[in-house]
Design a protein around this ligand. Structure first.
Ligand code: ATR
Length: 285
């Protein structure tokens, strides 16, 4: 076990609240398994303190940090450089302190795609139905849009789905449409869907028995990916399994976004299996 010394490098999570985060368990397990002298801590930072906290990252020589609610958008103002994908998405979840320049990335986007490809699911030419149009949906949509044959975004607030779809069409010149998240729309769109992704918060603890889609619309020809990871098996995933659909859970996206951040900070590709076991133990424990 690597011990904390005078040369230990610090990575952190900045958000409010942060105390339920699985990121410390996940990153510290990977640092330990690789024998890297790094430590990852959660730092609660209130919105009014965000600028001072980010300035502090530079002056304290913190190697890098993740950003979570409510700072993913506002942090962008205080960075020296933003990766073009994160700029398009309009949110940053990972920052590296590179030669005293703070560079922001969005690893949620590619993390979702890696979760799917890690489970053997390819999106090229496929019909993808994405539920939600919030921060998670936006991040996911920017990695899905260039690949999918057709991307349909359905959201409770229809205007947000329509706006996201038109934003993506301008960027990617692909078949992308937005609509309302109604049972009618789901009925129309699900029959020939190859991949269904839930990026709404429906089904998240404590409302575990809520499900955004009726079970009879799910079918065995589709992959169902739920970005919710608490509980690990949401009602949506349970019902998808019961109709014979392939399933991908939200923990896998959490691990892959974390692995991408880890690589940005350290230059080293972390062990996905170690990170997965650490977060599974934390969720189940
Ligand atoms: P995140 O950053 O996790 O994506 P968010 O930006 O607040 O969080 O987005 C939450 C998403 O879940 C939104 O798409 C939201 O729909 P609205 O845009 O209409 O608010 C969706 N959502 C939350 N509760 C929902 C519910 N009960 N039914 C359907 N969609 C819901």
């Amino acid at each position: 076990m690597t011990s904390i010394t005078s040369t230990t490098k610090l990575c952190a999570l900045i958000g409010d609240p942060v105390e339920h985060s699985l990121s410390p368990v996940m990153h510290n397990a990977a640092f330990q398994s690789l024998g890297l002298n790094y430590v990852y801590l959660c730092l609660r930072v209130r919105s009014a303190e965000l600028k001072r906290a980010v300035d502090g990252v530079e002056s304290l020589g913190i190697l890098g940090f993740n950003v979570t609610i409510p700072h993913k958008v506002s942090v962008m103002t205080y960075l020296d450089e933003i990766d073009p994908i994160a700029k398009d998405i309009g949110a940053v979840n990972t920052v590296v302190n590179r030669d005293e320049r703070l560079v922001g990335y969005n690893t949620d986007s590619l993390g979702g795609l890696r979760a799917l490809s890690g489970a053997g699911v390819t999106l090229t030419g496929k019909k993808v139905v994405l539920l939600g149009a919030g921060g998670a949906a936006r991040a996911l949509s920017f990695s899905i849009a260039p690949l999918a044959g057709l991307l349909v975004i359905l959201n409770r607030t229809e205007a947000k789905a329509v706006a996201l779809a038109s934003n993506l069409r301008r960027r990617f010149d692909k078949k992308i449409r937005g609509g309302p998240l109604t049972q009618d729309a789901l009925f129309t769109e699900m029959a020939d869907a190859d991949v269904l992704i839930n990026s709404t918060s429906v089904g998240m603890h404590p409302k575990r028995e809520e499900c955004v889609v009726d079970e009879d619309l799910l079918h065995s020809r589709m992959t169902v990916f739920d970005a919710v990871y608490n509980p690990l098996e949401t009602r949506l995933l349970r019902e998808a399994k019961s109709v014979g659909a392939k399933t991908v859970d939200g923990l896998s996206m959490l691990v892959h976004q974390g692995a991408l951040a880890f690589k940005i900070w350290t230059g080293v590709t972390p062990p996905i299996d170690v990170m997965t076991r650490a977060v599974e133990a934390a969720v189940e424990g």
